[in-house]
Design a protein around this ligand. Structure first.
Ligand code: ADP
Ligand code: MG
Length: 344
């Protein structure tokens, strides 16, 4: 594997879904689900992707998986054999085939993502058989290794998904995603459908597996507390755009975007002196079909000035590795989770 470059580099990626109306299905507008985002993931690293529901997180994951032909942008992937990197966004689905196994996804809903008619053994064996990775005793050995890796018993291989709890199903989904030795795992809110007590177990399991296998993660969640626990770097999205991108520690100590501050103020706190400091954002997230002019966040921003409603702030590097899309990033004195006494 190339140690020098990133495993994945996304450049100015866009996904605009057309909106059709009338009998002739005329295109009357676009949902700008992802509207020009860029980031990198190094081999073995975790990037946390956060933001309110509807900001485009799942669409980013699905674009990386090749589920859509992107409207614009590049998705550079470094193949593990050290050959030249490829822009997955420029490939046809046939051309993408050899790279598909290296990028796997775990979905939010563990009840919808496993085929109810297949046993766990069949679910885990399928990718290995389809990709001609293993057969016979080698296949059975690999299936057993996978189920044990996610902390489940070998006897469970005979059962069907309905016999399992949400947490156990997410373990099975994880095992299936790991079957082909991926180099990048896109985990899309893998714990948000689970009980709080089970959430931590799944996150810890994901971290354990990462340590063992050196897989890079794109960990998607709307829960900043959870994201901090697992990620080295964090990317915050608002209505299809990146508003802030920084190493986790830097971000939590001192965010530079008012949206980040507001989200952090909502992470639970146990310290009574901080209880009244929650920032309740006015209104709903902007409409991705018709975002407000200037900064899309300005109608909800506590610090907005005139320029914010007319000029769209570019994502700028305000210190090495810290990027912010706010006209006033340098002058605002915002409070991070550390100053707000959040429990993380
Ligand atoms: N296939 C699709 N067709 C049209 N609009 C879509 C499609 N998928 C997602 N969207 C819209 O794109 C926006 C981003 O959605 P999504 O990526 O699912 O956000 P998140 O995962 O952050 O909640 C939402 O407004 C959603 O309604
Ligand atoms: Mg989503």
């Amino acid at each position: 594997m190339s140690e020098s470059g990133p495993l994945l580099e996304i450049k100015d990626l866009k996904q605009h879904f057309p909106i059709h109306r009338g009998v002739f299905r005329k295109v009357v507008g676009h949902v700008k689900a992802v509207d020009g985002i860029s980031f990198k993931i190094d081999p073995g690293e975790t990037l946390g992707l956060a933001g309110e529901s509807g900001c485009g997180k799942t669409t980013v994951g699905r674009l990386i998986m090749g589920a859509y032909r992107s409207t614009a942008g590049e998705i550079w992937f470094q193949p593990p054999d050290g050959s030249a990197r490829v822009d997955l966004a420029a490939l046809t689905s046939t051309e993408m085939k050899p790279y598909r196994r290296y990028v796997q996804m775990v979905f939010q809903d563990p009840f919808a993502s496993l085929n109810p008619r297949m046993t766990v053994r069949e679910i885990l064996a399928e990718p290995l058989v389809v990709n001609k990775i293993a057969r016979g005793t080698e296949l059975e050995g690999r299936v057993r290794e996978l189920i044990e890796m996610v902390g489940l018993k070998v006897q469970y291989l005979k059962r069907y998904p309905h016999a399992f709890s949400g947490g156990q199903r997410q373990r099975i989904s994880l095992a299936r995603a790991l079957a082909l030795y991926p180099h990048l795992l896109v985990a899309d809110e893998p714990t948000s459908a689970l009980d709080v007590s089970v959430q931590a177990q799944i996150v810890n399991l994901a971290m354990e597996i990462q340590n063992k296998m050196g897989i890079a993660y794109l960990f998607i969640s709307h829960d900043l507390g959870l994201i901090r626990h697992i990620s080295k770097k964090i990317l915050l999205m608002y209505v299809g755009r990146v508003v802030e991108y920084a190493p986790a520690d830097v971000l939590f100590q001192r965010p530079r975007h008012p949206y980040t501050e507001a989200l952090m103020s909502n992470v639970p706190t146990t310290r009574p002196e901080f209880l009244g400091r929650k920032i309740i954002l006015k209104g709903d997230p902007a409409d991705p079909i018709n975002p407000p002019p200037g900064c899309a966040f300005h109608p909800r921003c506590l610090y907005a000035k005139t320029v914010c409603s007319s000029e769209d702030p570019a994502l700028r590097e305000i210190s090495p590795t810290h990027f912010v899309a706010c006209h006033f990033a340098e002058s605002l004195d915002l409070r991070g989770c550390d100053a707000l006494g959040c429990v993380i």
